[in-house]
Design a protein around this ligand. Structure first.
Ligand code: ATR
Length: 265
């Protein structure tokens, strides 16, 4: 049976095995998918051992997405732009690195939530790895404008400069955000500590979708704040499922149906 893993540290919480085992069952693929804990200083060695034992592919999560980028011998354009890799495919040709996070986010917003991004005004909060990972797929949707706002504005400016060739993007700090947005995406890690980025409430409107890339049992603090100010909200569960589906396609050449997994059990 073909072997796949999700590699991270910590990894016990990962929902990826459940998602991929369900995809494999539904698509009648003979494969096994497990969690693999790598030591913080031992990502490359862990991958080497997994390849030597016959491993075919891996998902990569915190904190190893940059290590996976460095390890890949070939990169997809979207992994190249993201500067990070969440999907590895192993073959006799070498190690292929992809990044399916941004496509997962876009599919969840456009197809699952039914909110188009073309010609829309998007606000992206955060300028770390999570934000960088989704910028190219977001800009490829053709928004009118994509503003990157971050607590440290300089990091947002660097990202806006880097992605300027792909669309109309600009940067600002939180208290410099002007006007309302069709979609506000939280790519900061603030929700991990139940905090809300210090953005002005005027960014939301009754027509706005506020999307938190984090997910949990309860709505995040960002979602609660956005709801109070009239926005519809969505958490990152659908993004997780859709990035997994795209990784599955990268490995198996089969696109799994995600509908049953999108419904939270
Ligand atoms: P990740 O890979 O999850 O993006 P990261 O690269 O450490 O992690 O980036 C974390 C992001 O969340 C950054 O944009 C950070 O803002 P700074 O660059 O100003 O540090 C942002 N962030 C974290 N906690 C935050 C908070 N409480 N309010 C606003 N932004 C926060």
């Amino acid at each position: 049976m073909d072997q796949y893993v999700v590699i991270g540290n910590p990894i016990a919480h990962s929902k990826s095995p459940m998602i991929h085992q369900e995809f494999a069952r539904a698509c009648a693929q003979s494969m096994n998918y497990q969690r693999l804990l790598a030591p913080l200083d031992g990502f490359a060695e862990t991958v080497r051992q997994f390849i030597a034992s016959g491993g075919r592919g891996a998902n990569v999560t915190v904190p190893f997405k940059l290590d996976a980028f460095a390890l890949a011998t070939e990169l997809s354009p979207r992994a190249q732009a993201a500067g990070a890799v969440n999907t590895l495919r192993f073959s006799s040709d070498g190690v292929y690195g992809d990044n399916t996070d941004g496509t997962g986010l876009v599919t969840d917003i456009v197809s699952n939530a039914g909110v188009p991004l073309q010609k829309k005004r998007i606000l992206l909060l955060g300028a770390g790895g999570a934000a960088r990972g989704v910028l190219l797929p977001l800009l490829e949707c053709g928004p009118d404008e994509l503003i990157i706002a971050n607590r440290s504005a300089e990091k947002a400016q660097q990202l806006a400069l880097q992605f300027a060739p792909y669309g109309n993007t600009a940067a600002c700090e939180f208290d410099g955000i002007e006007g309302q947005f069709d979609v506000v995406i939280n790519a900061t890690s603030a929700s991990l500590s139940a905090q809300v980025p210090a953005i002005p409430a005027h960014v939301f409107s009754g027509q706005c979708l506020a999307y938190d890339m984090m997910y949990g049992e309860q709505p995040t603090s960002f979602m609660a704040f956005a709801r109070e100010h009239g926005a519809a909200t969505r958490d990152g569960w659908g993004m997780l499922v859709e990035q997994a589906a795209e990784a599955f396609f990268c490995w198996r050449g089969v696109r799994p149906d995600t509908a049953s997994l999108l419904v939270r059990k």
